[in-house]
Design a protein around this ligand. Structure first.
Ligand code: ADE
Length: 232
């Protein structure tokens, strides 16, 4: 089984790479991909750079060039749901693009013809994650994640995204990875640890909590790949 582990920023994959031995480096399309063997799993790891375009490119490259057949994403997110605190882990049940807007043509927000507003995460990977969380006594929340090419630091915008899509958290890559994986029929799982509340303090909180939240997310990704390895 070839498992992709993506992040958007170096801070999101450094804690993953730090746990691996014999890592090989591959340069493709202006990015670096790392491969390593973990138990019986072949891992491919990369940070994409921020945003929907770069993350779509990385996801597609992992699938097409490295034969990734399960995709995991590890990173941080801004909370919309007030029950989510900094450091909490949320697994996306489904994802949408909050900045996709052709409503001028009568379509709903987040929709373009031949696409869909929500892309559902893989139920098997969600189940594996729940088992891993139980075993480690970690609290793993589930919710809808909204993606857009915007760092949201505005209570009004955050509320709009929450109301329009029923979203619990927001970030800048999950839905684009989901679209690519869905198109290639590759099961995916998007994990985020909360770094901020997408409000006026978001920039400061993000800088303060990026490292600790990214490490929490990466830690839990290992619990999932341990479980995948066992169930192989
Ligand atoms: N990732 C983490 N926090 C975020 C925010 N407030 N907006 C967009 N992406 C984020």
């Amino acid at each position: 089984m070839v498992v992709g582990i993506m992040g958007a920023m170096p801070e999101e994959i450094e804690p993953v790479l730090a746990r691996l031995d014999d890592v090989r480096r591959h340069e493709i399309a202006d990015n670096i991909y790392y491969t390593s063997l973990y138990g019986s799993l072949d891992l491919v790891i990369a940070y994409s750079k921020i945003g929907k375009v770069f993350s779509a490119l990385t996801a597609a490259t992992m699938i097409e060039r490295f034969g990734v057949d399960k995709m995991l994403f590890s990173g941080v997110a801004g909370a919309i749901n007030s029950e989510l605190q900094i450091g909490d882990l949320i697994a996306a049940t489904k994802l949408c693009q909050h900045d996709l807007d052709i409503t001028a043509f009568g379509h709903p927000y987040g929709y373009v013809p031949e696409g869909k507003v929500f892309i559902e995460s893989d139920s098997y990977l969600l189940e594996i994650a729940a088992i891993a969380a139980d075993k480690k006594s970690i609290s793993l929340k589930r919710g809808i994640v909204a993606t857009g090419d915007q760092f949201v630091a505005d209570a009004g915008r955050k509320e709009w995204i929450g109301k329009t899509f029923g979203a619990d958290a927001l970030e800048m890559e999950g839905a684009s990875v989901a679209v690519v994986c869905d198109a290639f029929d590759v099961p995916f799982f998007i994990l985020r640890a909360i770094s901020d509340a997408a409000d006026v303090d978001a920039g400061f909180d993000f800088d303060t909590f990026l490292k600790s939240s990214a490490e929490k997310s990466a830690d839990f990704i290992f619990a999932i790949i341990d479980e995948l390895d066992k169930n192989k």
